[in-house]
Design a protein around this ligand. Structure first.
Ligand code: ADP
Ligand code: MG
Length: 303
């Protein structure tokens, strides 16, 4: 969803076309499930793991390089080389959603085997050659935790350079903003209540990004218990610390990486990480329904 206030309808449509084209480009580049004729994307890189380095668009190298930094920043909790572990969860989730009476969990031995080669060092970026190589055939990339935010950030910057001064862009709940609404008031973004269809609260932003990850987004049920889609690299199981985490930052790539990383960090450690970062605020919903927020978060809250 995109809202643009512009000088004319024609200008708005031109900006929209530019934005749409960029979105489609990033979508194809960062797709790990499909390959496209004449394009090397992340699916190609995964396919070629252990076999060959792949010549890719710089936007892929930029994303992977940034994701490696985010892995370090989050103490390994946001990990893009867990592709095989995440794929296992995906397979069991889809089977469980198709046949709920026989839903099962992936066996721990299978998860551990899948995790054995989830090693950051297995990603080789060659800037000079413009290539990406996964040195082990069992190492697979999954950028689900960061791709939307990274693409959103790049596209928002491109729109700013094209002269857009007022925009709200939401890519599947990953919200980026430029400036304010036309009347000068801040953009308002609702934060989903994990336990109902409504919102818990709303924040107002002008130029910042707001990203939320939640257990309610994608999950399946086994023996009456919910298993969601954010997997703690420490346990290889869905993280149990929170029901949602929201991050506000001027950088949507950072916000996206952090929502997933914070999801897998105990609150004190998460609070310390957020406090150490300039211009980053966070809001946590704990499983008992209570909430926590970083020191500057309330400045964004709509009263
Ligand atoms: P969403 O908007 O879907 O909630 P998130 O930013 O929360 O996106 O990322 C969730 C997705 O990231 C999962 O669907 C999966 O592909 C991937 N993922 C899950 N757990 C992790 C993790 N600990 N580190 C990196 N990627 C993860
Ligand atoms: Mg994320």
């Amino acid at each position: 969803t995109v809202i643009v206030y512009d000088t004319s309808e024609r200008s708005a449509n031109e900006h929209f076309d530019e934005l749409h084209t960029l979105l489609q480009e990033y979508h194809r580049l960062y797709d790990i499930y499909h390959t496209y004729e004449g394009l090397n994307n992340l699916a190609t890189v995964n396919e070629q793991a252990g076999k060959a380095s792949v010549a890719v668009d710089n936007r892929i190298l930029d994303l992977v390089e940034y994701a490696k930094q985010m892995d370090t920043l989050t103490d390994g909790r946001m990990n893009i080389v867990m592709g095989r572990v995440l794929d296992l969860w995906l397979q069991y989730r889809e089977a469980g959603l198709n046949d709920p009476d026989h839903a099962t969990l992936p066996p721990m031995v299978e998860l551990e085997t899948a995790n054995a080669d989830a090693n950051l060092e297995n990603i080789v970026i060659d800037r000079a050659a413009g290539t990406l190589y996964l040195v082990d055939e069992k190492t697979q990339l999954d950028v689900g935790a960061i791709g939307k935010g990274y693409a959103g950030q790049q596209i928002t910057e491109a729109m700013r350079e094209s002269g857009v001064t007022s925009m709200l862009l939401s890519i599947g709940g990953n919200v980026c903003s430029i400036g304010t609404r036309a009347d000068g008031t801040a953009w308002q973004v609702g934060i989903q209540d994990p336990y109902s269809d409504g919102t818990l609260c709303a924040v107002q932003v002008s130029g910042q990004s707001v990203v939320t990850s939640g257990t309610y987004e994608r999950f399946y049920t086994v023996d009456g218990k919910r298993y969601h889609h954010i997997i703690d690299p420490e346990t290889l199981l869905p993280s149990t610390y929170y029901d949602s985490v929201t991050v506000i930052s001027e950088n949507s790539a950072l916000a996206d990486a952090l929502t997933t990383g914070l999801f897998c960090l105990p609150l004190a450690q998460g609070q310390a990480l957020v406090a150490s970062l300039d211009g980053v605020e966070a809001f946590w919903v704990l499983p008992d329904g209570t909430t926590a927020q970083s020191s500057g978060f309330s400045a964004y809250l709509v009263s």
